[in-house]
Design a protein around this ligand. Structure first.
Ligand code: AR6
Length: 187
């Protein structure tokens, strides 16, 4: 089990932990959703199973047209410990030639903007696009960590961002990238 790795970014904290996103006691958890907000496997399946039907009822009602790739929408957290779920749509990996990097960066950025708009002090993200959508792990980690760190330096909030990785291999890829990109900021 990878120990939590913590980095100070400006006045905020970025932590990288191994675990299950549905168990995080934070103000908002981010879901790795699809454009139709139709539910699915992976993080999406786990969030709807643990959170109950209220989440899907709300997204169907408020966002009947779904959510474009690279964007995010917000709902309540249902039965989850988190108050909100931010449904972010990352890109499907297509070899890196379809603007995937910018779309993935935008999904992280838009999620953080929504978190700040809803006064969330703590937000937990999974590795968006790095499962069923096939984004290579190391590159997904570079985008995630680079984008989150830029946002925290620019805005000074949310106070805590937690990257929650499923399994030790993915946790070590993210910690390796964070040690490189955030050199000197590990606590
Ligand atoms: N907690 C944390 N991480 C998890 C969990 C969990 N409970 N479950 C899986 N992961 P994925 P994507 C990891 O496939 O690539 C869905 O069907 C997983 O091991 O959830 O963005 C949606 O409906 C991987 O490292 O998201 C979409 O259609 C990472 O989370 C599509 O999959 C992301 O894997 C989205 O695919």
């Amino acid at each position: 089990m990878g120990e939590p790795a913590e980095y100070r970014v400006g006045s905020c904290q970025l932590s990288i932990v191994e675990g299950d996103i549905t168990e995080q006691s934070v103000d908002a958890v981010v879901n790795a959703a699809n454009r139709h907000l139709a539910g699915g496997g992976g993080v999406d399946g786990a969030i709807h199973r643990a959170g109950g039907p209220a989440i899907m009822e709300e997204t169907r009602r408020r966002y009947p047209d779904g959510c474009p790739t690279g964007q995010a929408v917000i709902s309540g957290g249902g039965n989850l410990p988190a108050r909100h779920v931010i449904h972010a749509v990352g890109p499907i990996w297509a070899g890196g030639v379809k603007g995937e990097r910018e779309l993935l960066a935008s999904a992280y950025r838009r999620s953080l903007e929504l978190a700040v708009e809803h006064e969330c002090r703590s937000v937990a993200f999974p590795a968006l696009s790095a499962g069923a959508y096939g984004y290579p792990a190391e590159r997904a980690a570079e985008v995630a960590i680079g984008e989150i760190a830029d946002f925290l330096r620019t805005h000074g909030k949310p106070q805590e961002v937690r990257l929650v990785l499923f399994g030790q291999p993915m946790w070590s890829v993210f910690v390796g990238v964070a040690d490189r990109l955030l050199r000197g900021e590990r606590q």
